[in-house]
Every structure is written in C-alpha cells, then in structure tokens.
Design a protein around this ligand. Structure first.
Ligand code: ATP
Ligand code: MG
Length: 395
C-alpha cells in the first residue's frame, strides 16, 4: 500500500514539476475515504499522452485514443489519463470523440457516480465538486447529473451501479434506482464482455445475495445473458454465502450449480468467458456433488481445486466456507503419490511385464494403478504393483 502511494506521489510530483496538473482520481479516492483496500491508483493530468510518455522512462501507450498512458513505477502500473470530456454518444456505447480539456472539474463531470468523481492533489487536498463525500457519508450511489441521461449515454453504468451496491454495500439513491430499473433493457446494447467484468465484481461483493435477488425481481435478468431462463431458481442465489468464496471460478461454478444450469459451456460462452475459465469452472462443477475428501477425488483435482470445491460444497450445505479445510489439505499431503510420474512403474515396465504390443491399454492400466496406489489397495512399489496387476483376471 505504501509503495502504491509513493509511486503515485512520484508521478504527480514529476508532472507538476514539468508544469502540468496532476491528481489522483476516481475509485482510489473513494476507497481511501472509506478506508478500503485500493485496487490501483488512476491519475488525471493536464499533460497530453505524448508529454506523459516523454517524462517517464517506462510507459505503455495502452489507450492513446482515450488519452491513457500506463506509467510503470517499480512493479506497479499507474493509468495516467489526460483530462478529457467525451463527445456525443452517437451509438450510446462509445463516445464519438474524445476532447482534451484543461479542467479537472469537467473531467470529473464525465464520471459515473458522485463517489467516483473526486480527486486529490499531491498535497492531499480533495476536490469534490459533486458532493461525493456527502454521498459516502450517506452511503448512497448517485449519478453525477441526471441519471436517465447518464444511463442512456452509457448503459453499462446501470450494471456498474449494481456492482458498486454489491461491493461497497451502499444503497442506490432514489432517482438513480428508478432510472436503473426503468432503463434496464438498455443493458442489451452493451458488449457482453463489459457486462461480465461488472457482473463478476458484483459476485465478489458483500451484498451479492440481495443484488442478485434484485436483478431477478426487477427484470434486469431478462437483459443479461442466460439468467432469465433460470428465474425459478433465483431464490437459491439470495440465500447463498457468496462472500465465503475466494476465486472467480468458484463464483461462476456456484452460480451454475445454484441455478441448476445443465449446459455449462453454453452458459459461460454466452457470457463470453475465456476458455481457461470455462475449463476451470467445468472441473470444479463436476465435483460439486461428490465428497471431495475422498483420496481419488483429491488426487484428481489437486490441492487448490479440491479446496475450491470444498469451499463451495460447505457453503451449499450451510456450513462455514473453510470448515475442515486444513483437514482436507492434510489428507492431500498424505496421499501416497501426487502425480503419475511418482508411480514406481511406467509404461515401459508394463509393456515388458505383459509382453504385449504397445497401445492405449497401457494408459488404462496406468490409470488403474494410480487409483490402486492412491486408495492404498497396493503399495507404490514396483514388484508389488506388477504382481497386483498380473493377478487381475485375464490380465
Ligand atoms: P475498482 O476499484 O473496482 O477498479 P473503480 O471505481 O476504480 O473501481 P473502474 O472501472 O476502474 O472503477 O473505473 C475507474 C474510474 O473511471 C471510476 O471510478 C469512474 O470515475 C470512471 N468510470 C469508469 N467507467 C465509467 C463509465 N462507464 N462511465 C463513467 N465513468 C466511468
Ligand atoms: Mg479501478
């Protein structure tokens, strides 16, 4: 945390010394005032992207068209963005142009919610033209300006309102809430990838259960991928202990399980999730109805995934997420082997001992041996394994 601040201070000092303005902005100020752990620090500046790039040795031009340059300091990345306002939203998704401006205030005015529209200079003075601090105190999520207009400009903000509700546990201010509900269909206009980023964050939040209930009750579900067809199961989402989970793949696996979704891949593809995530969720999902403490399952899953499964299973059974977790880890450590490589025999030993042509049968036998060793039916010892294998009927 200290490093994070020091880097921001260094970047702001350099920019100011070069004659530009520089402020920490957005979510980091909100989190600072709430005494919450900050994810990252964004910096807004009057310097143009080329000027930012020329001032620092390590920069990455990530979003030059939006005026953003990443400045690397130590191991930390800072998004440094030129003050801007957005042009008209022609397609209601992307501003048609980005206009650089001189003023911090206009830059703050384009931001979504008052609590996200504050800035702080390098001396710690806070700039709060839209009453963000007051709304933090009242625990309210309120758009900067007219909510209908702001949600129509970029309907993703509707989803972001729900996500901030879930994550920081604030209520939606009355007008903001009404606009959210009445414009929920606008979510259909938004790229699924952007929705999924916010939805995933929503699932991490402390108020995920009530937010999920709200999503179904108020019909947001009909404008989000896949959810609507499972609305009969919505109650199961609002009574689940989401906060006990630690990884996103656990959250998606739990979601699918609670909804009773059968086509896991189809569901996750509709949400445009990566193949890597789909694979992980698939692995966890397959074991959610099994007793993962059993040696064969532990072995197959590996320690981390077994822990993930246990956590979800515990929560599904109304237990504490981490109940019996250390016992499970201990059982994992005690497994006679942790991978096929550790078997005292290999494919060659099997071929030699059976004097048969090579073929897929070797893998099958190795699989059986692994299971035998893991379940302690046979010891992991070459002689014992080979004589055990030979004792099987008909070899
Ligand atoms: P987190 O801690 O989850 O990253 P954050 O507030 O930093 O929360 P980001 O999505 O990283 O959220 O966005 C950074 C800032 O950019 C926001 O605080 C807000 O000021 C502004 N912002 C982001 N998305 C929008 C949007 N769609 N419309 C208006 N302003 C936005
Ligand atoms: Mg952020």
């Amino acid at each position: 945390m200290k490093d994070l601040f020091e880097g921001a201070q260094y970047i702001m000092d350099r920019l100011e010394e070069a004659g530009f303005q520089a402020y920490m902005v957005g979510g980091c100020i909100r989190d600072l005032l709430l005494d919450r752990k900050m994810g990252d620090i964004d910096i807004a500046t009057s310097a143009l992207p080329v000027e930012v790039s020329s001032l620092f040795p390590k920069t990455i031009p990530v979003g030059i068209e939006h005026g953003t340059v990443i400045v690397r300091h130590g191991a930390v990345s800072y998004e440094v963005t030129t003050f801007r306002k957005e042009g008209k939203y022609v397609d209601r998704r992307h501003p048609s142009s980005v206009e650089y401006i001189d003023s911090l205030e206009e830059d703050l005015a384009r931001r979504d919610f008052t609590i996200n529209a504050m800035a702080m200079d390098r001396f710690g003075t806070i700039y709060d033209p839209f009453g963000g601090r007051q709304d933090l105190q009242n625990q309210l999520i309120k758009t900067v300006g007219n909510p209908v207009k702001r949600f129509l400009e970029d309907p993703l903000r509707i989803m972001r309102a729900l996500r901030f509700w879930s994550v920081i546990g604030f209520s939606l201010e009355t007008q903001t809430k009404m606009a959210c509900v009445s414009l929920s269909k606008e979510l259909r206009e938004i790229a699924v990838e952007r929705l999924a980023v916010e939805f995933t964050k929503l699932l991490r939040g402390m108020d995920a259960p009530i937010c999920l209930a709200f999503i179904f009750e108020e019909g947001f579900s009909s404008s989000l991928p896949e959810l609507e067809r499972y609305k009969d199961r919505a109650d199961s989402l609002s009574s689940f202990g989401w906060t006990g989970l630690e990884k996103d793949e656990e959250r998606w696996a739990a979601l699918l399980f609670l909804l009773g979704a059968s086509d896991l891949t189809g569901f996750l593809k509709a949400w445009k999730r990566s193949n890597a995530l789909i694979r992980e969720v698939g692995l966890l999902f397959r074991f959610l109805d099994k007793d993962v403490r059993k040696p064969v399952y532990l072995y197959e899953l590996g320690e981390e995934r077994a822990v993930s499964c246990l956590r979800i299973r515990n929560l599904l059974q109304g237990k504490k997420a981490n109940e019996e977790l250390s016992k499970l880890q201990e059982s994992y450590r005690r497994l006679p082997i942790h991978s096929r490589k550790q078997l005292a025999v290999n494919g060659r030993d099997i071929v030699k001992s059976f004097e048969r042509e090579k073929g897929p049968w070797i893998q099958e036998i190795l699989g059986e041996i692994e299971k035998g060793v893991v379940e302690k039916t046979v010891q992991n010892n070459k002689e014992e394994i080979l004589s055990w294998v030979r004792s099987w009927k008909g070899k």
